[in-house]
Every structure is written in C-alpha cells, then in structure tokens.
Design a binder for this molecule. Structure first.
Ligand code: FES
Ligand code: FES
Length: 181
C-alpha cells in the first residue's frame, strides 16, 4: 500500500457481503468504526477493542479476523463478510443462525455475531467438525451468558444440516443458503 496522508480522508473500495462498497476514512480508523458508523453495518459488535473478546469478528477473504485490530484502509480490494451477510435474504436467518435460535444459543446476543462469523468460516472449510473442534473455535470468544453448551449444540446441528445429514436433526433439511458460493 502506498504511504497515506494522515491528515486526509481516503476512499476504500471493497466487497461487502457480495456487493461493491466504498467508505471514506481517516488512515487511523478501525474497521469496526468504518463498518458501524461509516456504513451503518451495526451487526458487528465492539467489546474490548483489543482483540480479546471476539465480538467484532468478521470474515476477510474467507478467514475470520478481528475488525477491532484491522485498519479500514487495509481492506482495499478485500472480500468482507459480516453477520448481515449470513441470511439468504433480509429478515431471513441462515442455517447457523436458525440453529442458534432453536438451541437458545444466545441470551444478550452481544457475542453472537462474532461467534457466528468464526463458526461460519470454520464450517465452510470443515463441514464435519467434531465437538472438540467447535469448542476450540469458540474458545476465541467470550460469552458471559450461555455457558457455551448450547452454542456447541447449535453448531453441530447446523453442520449436519448443511451436509444434508438428517441423523439426529429430526427432519429433512434445506441446503445452505447463506451466501457462500
Ligand atoms: S472488540 Fe474486537 S476482540 Fe473484542
Ligand atoms: S449471549 Fe450474552 S455474551 Fe454471549
């Protein structure tokens, strides 16, 4: 990246949940602030602002990343995915989100967007995860409400549903419709 003038605002162009996006930012602006205040994508939450709690987790080029540790100017040309991109259409839940609802895997919901984004990225690459794997993935997130057990149950059920494996999930399931190609 070329040297940026700290006194100037810069236009950053990228893809956000499959659509072209642009935001004007100062070089020091965090991606969390660019998403929330610059673009109105408030589904990405801000907790600790120093990389510990996981609330701000989004996907950058398919990998989970802490938006609070990312400068907005660094995402020029990147594919960004946020929790708003998980549903197949506005007002509809993706497979993972629906499993969270069935299992009561959220209470206050503050941690939920970040956990969903980490799980979504993991399930895309590892469609048949073990309980231990899921436990490790969510180990990077702090949740003060749920005790984590319902999150693990939801993730395992969503993974089975995405694979079309109806054993233990009760009924025939639809395919994944949450935006991954
Ligand atoms: S707000 Fe980014 S990790 Fe806590
Ligand atoms: S649901 Fe409240 S922090 Fe996780």
């Amino acid at each position: 990246m070329s040297r940026l003038d700290a006194k100037r605002r810069h236009i950053v162009s990228f893809t956000l949940n499959g659509a072209p996006a642009e935001v004007e930012v100062e070089p020091r602006m965090l991606l969390t602030d660019a998403l929330r205040y610059g673009l109105g994508f408030t589904g990405t939450h801000v907790g600790c602002e120093h990389g510990v709690c996981g609330a701000c987790t989004i996907s950058i080029d398919g990998a989970p990343a802490r938006a609070c540790l990312t400068l907005a100017v660094a995402i020029e040309g990147a594919e960004i995915r946020t929790v708003e991109g998980l549903g197949p259409a506005p007002g509809r839940l993706g497979v993972l989100q629906a499993a969270f609802r069935r299992h009561h895997a959220l209470q206050c919901g503050f941690c939920t967007a970040g956990i969903l984004m980490s799980l979504d990225a993991h399930l895309f690459r590892h469609p048949d995860p073990s309980r231990e794997e899921i436990t490790e993935v969510i180990g990077g997130h702090l949740c003060r409400c749920t005790g984590y057990a319902p999150i693990i149950a939801a993730a395992l059920e969503a993974a089975a549903e995405m694979r079309g494996d109806t054993r233990g999930t009760g009924e025939a399931k639809t395919s994944r419709t949450d935006g991954h190609a």
